[in-house]
Design a protein around this ligand. Structure first.
Ligand SMILES: Cc1cn([C@H]2C[C@H](O)[C@@H](COP(=O)(O)OP(=O)(O)O[C@H]3O[C@@H](C)C(=O)[C@@H](O)[C@H]3O)O2)c(=O)[nH]c1=O
Length: 188
């Protein structure tokens, strides 16, 4: 009872979790986190932050990471639907720079696990989306980084509707490409 199922998503360590879900006369029960499972997946046993973001349709957040103090993330959607994306930025990974994406919604109840070393972002595909995160590894504003959502070298195929433009934060609109980011780091 109460087990969660996991499946790979094409990049080493990236997993899709199907929560334990049960309905009865009162409503429902949905378990998305179990320490034992996430320890097996490589996540530190303790998480550092839990937070929620609410966003309108077409909002695109990302692609975010902490380069010097990478965090693992567990992402789930409590209301609405997002297209959720992870980009492998682990320096020693043969899949460096590759991305995978999946629809997460309140309806499908899928949960995404991103190991430390991935960039993360999402596009909102419903009127609103309420997204919940657990993050392992402390948030460090000085290490907070990001790369452009539309970096052509990464080539995320965001599922925009015809004529749809993403709504970005000023910070995200000014992010560099991965190559630019690396160049800045090399120069210090
Ligand atoms: C990311 C983060 C931000 N903050 C603060 C900083 C700022 O005042 C406010 C909003 O931050 P941002 O504009 O960076 O929020 P947002 O653009 O929603 O950033 C998030 O985007 C998605 C894609 C992720 O993967 C998350 O880890 C996070 O980076 O929250 C924290 O306190 N802890 C955190 O872990």
């Amino acid at each position: 009872m109460g087990q969660l199922k996991t499946e790979p998503l094409g990049l080493e360590g990236m997993r899709v979790i199907t929560p334990f879900f049960q309905e009865d006369l009162r409503g429902s029960f949905c378990k998305v986190f179990r320490r034992e499972l996430f320890s097996e997946l490589g996540a530190a046993e303790e998480f550092s932050e839990m937070f929620f973001t609410r966003s309108q349709r077409s909002v695109l957040r990302g692609l975010h990471f902490q380069w010097s103090r990478p965090q693992w993330k567990i992402v789930t959607v409590l209301e609405g639907e997002i297209f959720d994306v992870g980009v492998d930025l682990r320096r020693d990974s043969p899949a460096y720079g590759q991305w995978r994406g999946i629809s997460l919604s309140a309806e499908n109840k899928k949960v995404l696990y991103l190991p430390a070393g991935f960039a993360h972002g999402f596009l909102v595909r419903s009127e609103q989306a309420l997204v919940a995160y657990l993050c392992g590894g402390d948030y460090d504003p000085a290490a907070d980084g990001g790369i452009r959502w539309d970096d052509p070298a990464i080539g995320v195929a965001w599922p925009f509707r015809p004529g749809e433009c993403p709504v970005l934060s000023p910070k995200d609109a000014a992010l560099p490409t991965l190559a630019e980011y690396e160049e800045r780091r090399r120069r210090g």
